[in-house]
Ligand binder design. Structure first.
Ligand SMILES: [Fe+2]
Length: 309
């Protein structure tokens, strides 16, 4: 069939009818967004002359993605989660908020309710032969004030790029900890250096990336939620210099300001002091939170999270 068979007014009318526009009842916000989505979708179908087969293959792809519970992976893969961060950055700028550590995507693999400890934590269960790792830093406010009692919620993959709870191979909450900052605002985590990971071979997300001629890999990274009373919750990550996929993260999570160079510690006294028996890697990641204030864009997002029993 040729493209552009429909007039704009035909599509506009149909989208409005389907969205209940001009009719009483329903949710005004849902009606408005549905109307705009439907109208744009009809335009794309008509402009690109999407065939019946292509349309139903698309519906099947969405259905399979839902069946796999995979939207949390597809959404960052098509840059939408990063897009939401960029919008929030702009909203912050407009509200006159600056000086905080940059945010970046949460990703799909957070598990709520990790063990909580004060000042420091051991994150790995000792079974991973990966490189020992120390992550340490300080949480402060935008004025440089120390924030004691902030909760630093950290999660990362193991040396094979797998996440506990998700991969079914690791103990519950392995490599997931919450640390309350000490009186100097400090936190310290002992762990193993994570590896990057790719989308599962059979996943819809990898299938989509293949069709788009893109890879489906992430560089190694460490995830953070940081919160403290009176401050805006921060969702962020850091990456490591030298990673093959650092600047081509399929999930658009890398931000230059959040790239950390790992220090390799080989001094035997320093190794002993850190509680290890072999050389280890060290990352310093200081965090600045911005104060909660009237009119500040919301950063605490209601989103469904699993809990490991
Ligand atoms: Fe991740």
């Amino acid at each position: 069939m040729p493209a552009n068979l429909m007039t704009k007014s035909q599509m506009k009318k149909l989208a409005e009818q389907a969205s209940g526009i001009g009719q009483p009842g329903g949710d005004a916000r849902v009606k408005e967004i549905t109307n705009r989505l439907l109208f744009r979708l009809m335009q794309v179908i008509d402009e690109c002359d999407v065939s019946m087969e292509e349309f139903w293959a698309g519906v099947g792809f969405i259905a399979q993605t839902a069946k796999n519970n995979e939207f949390g992976l597809l959404v960052p893969g098509v840059a939408l989660e990063h897009f939401l961060d960029l919008r929030l950055d702009e909203a912050d700028k407009k509200a006159g908020i600056k000086g905080g550590t940059l945010r970046t995507i949460e990703g799909p693999l957070y598990v709520a309710g990790a063990p909580l400890s004060k000042g420091e934590a051991r994150m790995d269960d000792g079974t991973d032969p990966g490189e020992p790792f120390v992550i340490e830093g300080r949480v402060q406010g935008e004025d440089g004030n120390i924030i004691a009692g902030a909760i630093v919620d950290i999660w990362h993959a193991n040396s094979k790029g797998g996440y506990s709870f998700i991969d079914g191979e690791q103990a519950p909450y392995n490599l997931r900890r919450r640390i309350e900052t000490d009186e100097k605002g400090g936190y310290l985590a002992r762990s193993i250096v994570p590896n990057g990971y790719g989308c599962p071979p059979e996943s819809c997300t990898r299938m989509a990336m293949n069709a788009l001629g893109r890879h489906a890999e992430r560089p190694a990274h460490v995830h953070f939620f940081i919160s403290a009373p009176g401050y805006r919750k921060l969702t962020t990550q850091f990456n490591f210099t030298g990673d093959k996929y650092l600047y081509s993260d399929f999930a658009f999570g890398t931000r230059e300001e959040l790239v950390v160079t790992l220090e390799r510690v080989t001094d035997s006294a320093a190794i002993r002091n850190a509680g290890f028996n072999r050389p280890f890697a060290k990352a310093t990641f200081d965090v600045t939170l911005t104060k909660e204030r009237a009119g500040a864009p919301k950063t605490e997002v209601a989103r469904e999270h699993v809990m490991a029993a």
